[in-house]
Structure formats: structure tokens, C-alpha cells
Design a protein around this ligand. Structure first.
Ligand code: TRP
Length: 335
């Protein structure tokens, strides 16, 4: 890809679960902005899924859906490398070499590993233990410096830096140090509709708007959002659950609409029923085109196949270059 861009970005997208507005405003929207300025590699982490979901029946529809959702949100497979982890065979080779640089003790101390052991004591496999090594292989294979991830992945990223440094010191400089990257802005936290916490795949599904939700579902969820009888005196401090509704409006509603409700609140004449109806319509108008586009892409297997082939070609080209260097500095060339 072009070298005129500012640097190399790489991130992995889990293929389990549906995307929601929290994913959109917290991550995907940033990817879409990055693709203009950076050399981007976005990967569906299907191999990682096997560490916890050994049954592969669901993989194909899930991979298709995640690809379709990301493209519908604005990722352009022509501009970025959008690919599946399992299609880049070089990943397995680098993972193998990095495993010799990863210590049992540090892997066992990883927070996500300890959580998984607690949740699934019957399936503590070696892949789960070396999950951070595989993630490091994904990143280092593309020699990426910038990795847009959430807080929950920071420990893994720190481990990736450690493996990169160990490799570089032991064998020779091949890998840049990868750092978390959020486009220079604080991550947007999208509040849930129940007045507490943020939108999430697993927690309260009624407090989360999914990109696949139909219009009626969106309306129902929004109308159920927690409110109260409203302020009785002007300029009352706002309770959290009301501030959250304003926060959600700021993501999807027009500035003059928000200003009007803020004004109503400060005058103590606000009607939350009207406000929620407005928010519901603005959310429907935001989500519906993405949902419809996702459906169209999901049903176009020929297009999806082309996307995956193109992505794998780009990712494998740069991976092959990296592995040439890796084998060379490791001294694995015997002739
Ligand atoms: N572990 C990441 C997650 O659970 C997904 C992932 C896999 C990833 N490989 C990656 C993220 C490489 C960034 C870079 O969300």
C-alpha cells in the first residue's frame, strides 16, 4: 500500500456477537476516519474465537455479518486491508516463533486468561493461555505501530510490545513497538438506556441498541429509558440517567433539537415523553440505513468472497515481507 500515509494501523475485530452503537461510536467510526490517513489493516479474529468457541458451525455467518456490518458503517475494502485472520497463514508461523519468547508465568498472570479460567474451568486450553501471543503475531506481522483498541486490550498490547522488544534484542530489529491509538481523542463512551453503565453486548440487551435492531425494537428500547417527572424549578442539576439521554441525543440528533430540549430542561418545562420520541426517531434514522446496507452485503456472497480475497492478498503480501526478515535475522536460512 501507499507509503504517503502517516503510519500503519492494525486492529482485530471479534466475530462473536452483534455490533451496537457503543461499538460504532467507540471504534468503527474511528476506523473509518483512520482509513483516509493511515495504512490500515483490519482483521476478523476468527482463530481467536476458537480458544473459547471450538464449535465452528457459527463461524461463517458470523464472519460474513461482521464484514458486512463494518463495510456498511463505512470501511472501504479498497482503501484498507479487510481480511480474516485464518486466511493469513503466515500468522501461524510468527505465532510459533513468538511462543518461544513468551513465558508461562507472564501468560498465566494475564487478566483475561484468569477470567476465562474462572468462567470455563473445563476448557483451559493452550490456545487460551497463548491468546496474547497470537494477538501479538497479528500486529507484528503487519509491523503496525498504531493499534486502536479499548481499555480491555491494553494489557495484551503491552505484552505485544514486550514480545516485539525481546525478538528485536535477541535476533535483530524487525518490529516497531505497537501502541494503543485513539485518533488523539478520548474514547467515546456510549451510555446504556437503563441509566447506568454503557452499551454492551453481554450485559443488559434492552439498554443497548444493536445495528441489526429493527425500527420497532429501537423505538421500544428508547421509550423504556429511565426518566422521572422532570425538574420542578429552573436550572436543576441533571440526574445521570437524564444526562445519559442527552448524551445519546448528541450522537444522533441535530444540534438545534438538542438545544431546544436543553432549554426546556433549564426552564423546567421539559416533556421526557416527547424527548424520547424524538430520540427514537433520530436513532431509527441513523440505524436503519446501516442495517439495510448490512443485509444487502450479507446476502451478496460473491461480493463478500471478493472482499476476503482482496484483503487476504494485501495482508499476506506484507506478512510475507515480514516473515522473510524474521527468518533471516533468526538465522533460519541455511543456504
Ligand atoms: N483480542 C482482541 C479483542 O478481543 C481482538 C484482536 C485479535 C486484536 N487480534 C488483534 C485487536 C490485534 C488488536 C490487534 O477485542
Amino acid at each position: 500500500m501507499e507509503n504517503r500515509k502517516k503510519g500503519r494501523v492494525m486492529s482485530g475485530i471479534r466475530s462473536t456477537g452483534f455490533l451496537h452503537l457503543g461499538n460504532y461510536f467507540g471504534a468503527i467510526r474511528n476506523y473509518v476516519r483512520m482509513q483516509e490517513e493511515y495504512d490500515c489493516f483490519f482483521m476478523v479474529a476468527d482463530i481467536h474465537t476458537l480458544t473459547t468457541h471450538p464449535d465452528t458451525k457459527e463461524l461463517k455467518p458470523n464472519v460474513h455479518r461482521v464484514l458486512a456490518e463494518n463495510i456498511a458503517c463505512g470501511l472501504d475494502p479498497e482503501k484498507v486491508a479487510l481480511y480474516c485472520q485464518s486466511h493469513v497463514f503466515e500468522t501461524a508461523e510468527l505465532y510459533l516463533y513468538l511462543n518461544m519468547l513468551a513465558y508461562k508465568g507472564e501468560l498465566e498472570k494475564t487478566t483475561t486468561f484468569k477470567d476465562k479460567v474462572r468462567q470455563h474451568p473445563e476448557n483451559v486450553n493452550a490456545g487460551l493461555l497463548t491468546y496474547p501471543v497470537l494477538m501479538a503475531a497479528d500486529i507484528l506481522l503487519q509491523r503496525a505501530s498504531y493499534v486502536p483498541v479499548g481499555k480491555d486490550q491494553e494489557q495484551h498490547l503491552e505484552m505485544s510490545r514486550n514480545f516485539a522488544n525481546r525478538f528485536n534484542h535477541r535476533y535483530g530489529e524487525v518490529f516497531p513497538e505497537p501502541y494503543a491509538f485513539n485518533f488523539g481523542e478520548d474514547l467515546v463512551k456510549v451510555p446504556g438506556l437503563d441509566g447506568s453503565g454503557k452499551m454492551s453486548k453481554s450485559e443488559n440487551q434492552n439498554a443497548t441498541i444493536f445495528l441489526a435492531d429493527d425500527d420497532e425494537t429501537i423505538r421500544k428500547k428508547v421509550m423504556k429509558a429511565k426518566t422521572d417527572a422532570g425538574p420542578t424549578t429552573p436550572n436543576t442539576p441533571m440526574p445521570d440517567y437524564i444526562a445519559n439521554i442527552f448524551g445519546l441525543m448528541k450522537l444522533v440528533s441535530a444540534p438545534e433539537v438538542i438545544a431546544r430540549y436543553e432549554n426546556d430542561y433549564n426552564q423546567a418545562v421539559i416533556r421526557y415523553g416527547d424527548m424520547k420520541k424524538q430520540l427514537a426517531e433520530d436513532m431509527v434514522n441513523f440505524v436503519a440505513p446501516i442495517r439495510e446496507k448490512t443485509e444487502a452485503i450479507r446476502n451478496d456472497e460473491v461480493y463478500l468472497r471478493r472482499v476476503m480475497e482482496l484483503g487476504a492478498e494485501k495482508a499476506r503480501k506484507s506478512a510475507a515481507e515480514t516473515m522473510e526478515k524474521v527468518r533471516e535475522v533468526m538465522g533460519l536460512k541455511y543456504y
